[in-house]
Structure formats: C-alpha cells, structure tokens
Design a protein around this ligand. Sequence first.
Ligand SMILES: [Zn+2]
Length: 245
Amino acid sequence: MKLRETLLSTAVNAKGVNGSENKPDELLRKVELNGDDHEMSGKLETPMKEGAFAINDETKIEQIEQRFAEIMDILGLDLTDDSLKGTPHRVAKMFVSEVFQGLNPENKPQVRLFENKYRYGQMLVEKDITVHSYCEHHFVPIIGKAHVAYISSGKVIGLSKINRIVRYFSKRPQVQERLTEQIAHELKNVLKTENVAVIIEADHMCVLTRGIEDSGSSTITAHYSGKFEDQDYRNELLNHVRAIK
Ligand SMILES: [Zn+2]
C-alpha cells in the first residue's frame, strides 16, 4: 500500500510540483474507451463462446467436477482420501455459483434510478470497494479495491448498487484493465452520464505467489471520462481516495 500512497500523492501533486499535467497519466495508466459509444465493443466484452449458457448450472457443476477430479488424479492425488474426495465438487460449485457467477448475465444487478432531488452537483465517491476477482491467465485470485466516482446527470442510484456492479464484473476470469473498463462502461450506461471515474488497485496472486513471486508490487488501473478528464476533478477525486477515514 506504500506504493499506492506514493503513486496517488505524486499524481495529485504533479501539476503543482513541476507544472506537468501529463504526469498522472504516466503513473496511473489510463485505458482509452471510445468516447460516447455506449455499445460494449468487442474488446470490452469478456470473450464467451456461442451457446455459453446452453447447459444449466447444475450440469456445469457436474461436468467440471468430473474434469477436476481427473486433474487431481493426474497430479497423483488419492481421491479416496477423506480430505480430498469432496474437493472436485467443492471446486466445481465454487466456480459456477460463486467466483465466476458474474459470467451469467442473469446475475447482473438490476439498477433503479432516482431523481437527484437534493440537486447535489458535486462528485460522489464510493471508495475502497472490495474487489475479489480471478486472473484469467492463471485462474488465481486478484484481490484489491475499487474507487468509483460520478457526477450526476440528474439521476442517482443507490450506493450499494455501485458495489454490486463492481462485484458482478469482478466475479469472472478477468484482466484488471478489462474489469476497469467494464465497470466504467456499465456505470455510464445506468447513470446516463459520461462523468465517471474508476480506479482499481489490486494484488495479483499470479505475481505474488508464483513466477516472479513479488509480494511488494500492486497494479493500478484507471478510467477517467467526461469531467474527470479535467485535471482539477481528477485531483479532487484522488484527494478523496487518499483521505484517511
Ligand atoms: Zn495471472
């Protein structure tokens, strides 16, 4: 988290320190999204095959259970052992009903809009939203936080819906860049505004526990659009994110 503090504080101070407005972009990677296009473009969508939901969840669990038992068997594990025999079913159920439930559009949160009756025109920031996702390259966890902000177009949504949207797109095999974009895209759609920002900072278990085994690094991605493309709005948001509770 020390890295995070450094990055965010550098981003906030960059303009004042050296007059450069580009510094935060170098540090907080901005992933471009094609402007006003509210249709999810090919690269934004999680790649799914045709007929992805032709079989029901129960059948998926049965089939994954069989295949996972085979993997364990190939690894040489004794599937008659008391401790191991339930694992294929547990893993299959966990994949379908828990950690990858966000693959199924039926689980997408329904969002109701409300009038912005307090005429609140400033940014609303929902910070430190839990992100539990899975790296699609290694199928190991991505654990982090999302900070989401929007400026109302006249409509608002219940705060917990923001958490639910983050959760829905997290519950898929993911790459952090796509997760960031999918959340931003969905928020723009439901809130009817381009004034949306999403920052995700996360630890990738594929980096921490295997390969390079670097437990000191974390990954930050950000999407800024509408008013958040303006440096002052970004700095205000980053100050809110950094503020101690
Ligand atoms: Zn990975």
